[in-house]
Write a protein that binds this ligand. Structure first.
Ligand SMILES: Cc1cc2nc3c(=O)[nH]c(=O)nc-3n(C[C@H](O)[C@H](O)[C@H](O)COP(=O)(O)OP(=O)(O)OC[C@H]3O[C@@H](n4cnc5c(N)ncnc54)[C@H](O)[C@@H]3O)c2cc1C
Length: 492
């Protein structure tokens, strides 16, 4: 019997880049030829947290990576199939010695998938090396020493990946993407941030040289923050750049920067990025169970009309609606507006946070489960240990979009409404409405709730519940597992 040829596999997940990439480095170090695979797994891409924009970003990141790998006769093979089917077929033809990948801190679905892969590897005598990602630890019981090791990781050298022209592995991919999906992936909307590692560095460069000047001042403003924030989140989420690369880039730029403070502030957030993912790594049930089990006791009667109005940007509160429409069109809004959307949904509309998580996940171009669910719960007030912040959308609008420029950009139907009414157009008299050619209830929805009444009710419900015995008991467990100190405040 002819002996199978030995090969290695590099399995790309949320790490679509050519540099500071340990799995690719390990593959190059080995004398064996290797193939690089990226999978569109039907069970995962049909999960409600995933949307076409995520796949488009991944696909275009791969196109850019392939350009970089082309001179070395290497490319990423994209398979539309479940991982076990792909691995089984490759293993049928080749003696797979190693699979190199990063370890994913994802949702239960990907965790279970990875357990099945580990079992497959064991049964087939394949060594699967899952590399540590961004200083996230597996198997830790608490946060003792976490900060220190994270900083040590961030200040250690990045990996310089050198590629060689080597013997290619002949493998005809039978799991190609069908024409329909391929066409959709290729049509990348120009309103979204462009994908790929070159763009990640372009955004970083313009941030440290110019855009970051007003980072801290504009961080809560829906319009100005689009320019002043780093905007590197989609690149981090899909791994076009590693946290370490971003950290070192900003850190090294600080020395000669006229706005050192702003850059330091952005570095702090890179740590938050990992801090939240570390929480999720330890407890991925945060996707659909309250961090603090005591909050499962609160009942939230479902109101479909509220939920639909929120999802479609038709609540009658201009800033809330403008944010939702902007998100739909561009895939990004700033932290404060994300927090306000969640706060409005959970506190003012008094809906269960789980009714909203996937909707925003699909809209965020930068969807990262490890940040998304813990942040969602912090804003929903279900952690028990964080200060509950209830954002009044009218006040947020007056404070952060005083002239309604952001609102009018995304809600052109309010174009004629003068500034004194732009935050509360429902306060216009009928005569005003006719004068400004904007009829409430026809051109723009009447508010679906009375913000004063709902605010008061939510405060009583949620703050009152903090005294619940189970909530208090759970607080102790959460503090011991996820924090170093007694309290934490990662929020801006
Ligand atoms: C309900 C909710 C859901 C969120 N979901 C996501 C998500 O799915 N993916 C995601 O990347 N961010 C998420 N965030 C955090 C934050 O809003 C975004 O990271 C930020 O707006 C991205 O823009 P930026 O890259 O310009 O951020 P910058 O302010 O320039 O910060 C730089 C980087 O630091 C990290 N970061 C910034 N703020 C936070 C934060 N509060 N918590 C954790 N990390 C942070 C991000 O990686 C970000 O790219 C969420 C926030 C809320 C309130």
């Amino acid at each position: 019997m002819e002996l199978k040829k030995e090969i290695n596999i590099v399995w790309l997940k949320r790490d679509i880049r050519s540099q500071d990439h340990l799995p690719l480095y390990l593959a190059e170090q080995s004398s064996l030829p290797y193939i690089i695979i990226f999978l569109l797994e039907p069970s995962i891409i049909s999960y409600p947290d995933t949307s076409l924009r995520h796949l488009q970003f991944q696909y275009h990141s791969i196109l850019q990576l392939n350009e970089k790998l082309k001179p070395y006769n290497q490319k990423v093979i994209v398979c539309y199939a479940e991982v076990l089917a792909v691995l089984a077929l490759i293993a049928d033809k080749y003696a797979v010695k190693n699979i190199f990948s990063y370890r994913e801190s994802g949702i239960q679905l990907t965790y279970d998938r990875d357990k099945a892969v580990a079992k497959f590897c064991k049964a087939n005598n394949i060594h699967w090396q899952e590399c540590q990602r961004d200083g996230i630890l597996r198997g830790t019981k608490n946060r003792e020493g976490w900060d220190k090791q994270w900083f040590a990781t961030m200040h250690s050298p990045t990996i310089v990946n050198n590629y060689s022209v080597r013997e290619s592995v002949e493998w005809k991919n039978p799991f190609y993407i069908n024409d329909d999906l391929l066409q959709q992936l290729q049509k990348y909307p120009t309103e979204f941030q462009p994908a790929g590692e070159d763009y990640a560095f372009k955004y970083l460069q313009s941030f440290v040289s110019l855009r970051g000047r007003n980072y801290s001042k504009h961080i809560s403003k829906p319009l100005e923050s689009r320019k002043s924030c780093t905007r590197i989140s989609p690149y981090l989420s899909w791994g076009n750049i590693s946290i370490k690369q971003a950290y070192q880039f900003i850190y090294n730029s600080k020395r000669n920067s006229p706005f050192k403070g702003a850059l330091s502030n952005s570095l702090t957030r890179l740590k938050w990025h990992c801090h939240f993912i570390q929480k999720f790594e330890v407890e991925c049930r945060y996707e659909n169970k309250c961090v603090n089990t005591g909050y499962e006791l609160l009942e939230h009667p479902t109101k479909e009309d509220y939920i639909n109005a929120w999802k479609t940007g038709r609540t009658g509160f201009p800033l809330v609606d403008a944010c939702m429409i902007c998100l739909e069109k561009t895939g990004w809004i700033n932290f404060r507006m994300r927090a306000m959307l969640v706060s409005f949904f959970c506190h003012h509309l008094y809906q269960d946070w789980r009714e909203a998580t996937y909707h925003l996940a699909r809209l965020f171009l930068d969807y990262e489960p490890g940040i998304h669910y813990p942040q969602f719960q912090m804003q929903a007030g279900t952690t028990g240990i964080n200060t509950i912040r209830m954002y009044n959308p009218v006040k947020q609008s007056q404070d952060h979009d005083p002239n309604g420029i952001f609102i009018k950009k995304w809600l052109p139907q309010l174009q004629n409404v003068p500034v004194p009414f732009i935050h509360e157009p429902y306060k216009m008299t009928l005569m005003d409405q006719q004068l400004y050619n904007t009829i409430i209830g026809k051109d723009y929805p009447a508010p679906i709730i009375d913000i004063e009444t709902t605010g008061k009710a939510a405060r009583i419900n949620i703050w009152g519940h903090r005294k619940n015995e189970l909530v208090k008991q759970e607080n102790k467990r959460i503090l011991a597992t996820h924090t170093r100190r007694k309290t934490e405040d990662e929020n801006s």
